[in-house]
Design a protein around this ligand. Structure first.
Ligand SMILES: NC(=O)c1ccc[n+]([C@@H]2O[C@H](COP(=O)([O-])OP(=O)(O)OC[C@H]3O[C@@H](n4cnc5c(N)ncnc54)[C@H](OP(=O)(O)O)[C@@H]3O)[C@@H](O)[C@H]2O)c1
Length: 263
């Protein structure tokens, strides 16, 4: 299938590793101009070098931007606008909040999770909207979590913020649909990244088990019998972000190997 991403301008936030990195790699392979960012100048520069080596395509811009900060988002948008006059595809991604029991989270922890995982999406869409509109039919994909269908024990901060993201994306799909802007939410179940490893390690420590034992149990609950790869996630994202996607909007899609049993 021709995705029509060649020479399209795509922005992927939180892309120095994991899911964001894999989406950036997939978009580069399709011939897009890809802008990536993360909180750390050196990590994002290293990621850009690895992406270029892996895909044989240059990364258009690799910028330091903490998406939990309004000024950082405004600087990111300004940098993108200096180089490009429009943005065809925007991926809303950020690092996940800490795990732990509900009673362990202070107001500060809730506020930080709100800024990182919900307000960042609001601000990114708002600030990029003029550039997205100029593309005439842009695509937006938010990376959320399977918790939008089934909250995950020990992840109260994430469970609450992802539900908000889903509400935001559905609202935007309705509001921006008449302008031809397609908006969807992609939800990882268990995708093998550092984040998942850290969550498994935290659970293993809490339960006095090995990380491998936790992973085996988790994989046992997945009908496909294994964790997914970031590349498997990225291929679905690339389709939704592409011109090949002409009629899918306002949807929440789980990429979870069948983990969540709810409709
Ligand atoms: N992996 C899974 O199975 C899974 C399941 C459910 C939900 N999710 C969610 O999906 C998202 C991506 O997960 P992942 O597994 O790819 O995580 P990951 O491997 O930990 O990667 C997180 C990425 O986000 C960047 N980052 C973190 N905070 C940031 C911020 N405030 N501003 C800009 N960049 C930031 C990190 O780079 P720097 O450190 O360089 O900033 C890194 O590149 C997370 O929100 C995660 O909670 C993942």
């Amino acid at each position: 299938m021709e995705l029509g991403l060649h020479d399209k301008v795509c922005v992927v936030t939180a892309a120095s590793k994991g899911i964001g990195y894999a989406i950036a790699a997939e978009l580069l392979r399709e011939g897009a101009y890809v802008v990536i960012c993360s909180r750390d100048r050196e990590r994002i520069a290293r990621a850009a070098a690895t992406l270029e080596a892996e895909t044989g395509r240059p990364v258009a811009l690799a910028l330091e931007a903490d998406v939990s900060q309004r000024e950082a988002i405004q600087r990111l948008v300004a940098e993108v606008e200096r180089r490009f006059d429009r943005v065809h595809a925007l991926v809303l991604n950020a690092g996940g909040p800490p795990s732990g029991p509900f009673a362990s989270f202070s107001d500060e922890a809730w506020e930080q999770a709100f800024r990182t995982n919900l307000l960042s999406a609001v601000r990114l869409v708002r600030e990029f909207l003029p550039l997205l509109r100029r593309a005439g039919g842009a695509r937006i994909v938010a990376v959320a979590s399977s918790s939008v269908k089934e909250p995950i024990p020990g992840l109260a901060l994430s469970n609450v913020m992802r539900a908000g993201v889903q509400g935001l994306m559905k609202t935007l799909a309705v509001e921006l649909g008449p302008e031809g802007i397609l908006v969807n939410t992609l939800c990882p179940g268990r995708i093998a990244t550092d984040r998942l490893r850290e969550l498994d390690e935290a659970r293993a420590a809490r339960e006095g088990r090995s990380r491998e034992a936790v992973q085996r149990e988790m994989e046992g609950a997945i009908p496909l019998g294994r964790y997914g790869t970031p590349g498997e996630f990225a291929r679905v994202a690339a389709f939704l972000l592409s011109e090949a996607n002409t009629y899918v909007t306002g949807q929440t899609l789980l990429i979870d190997g069948g983990l969540v049993k709810a409709f």
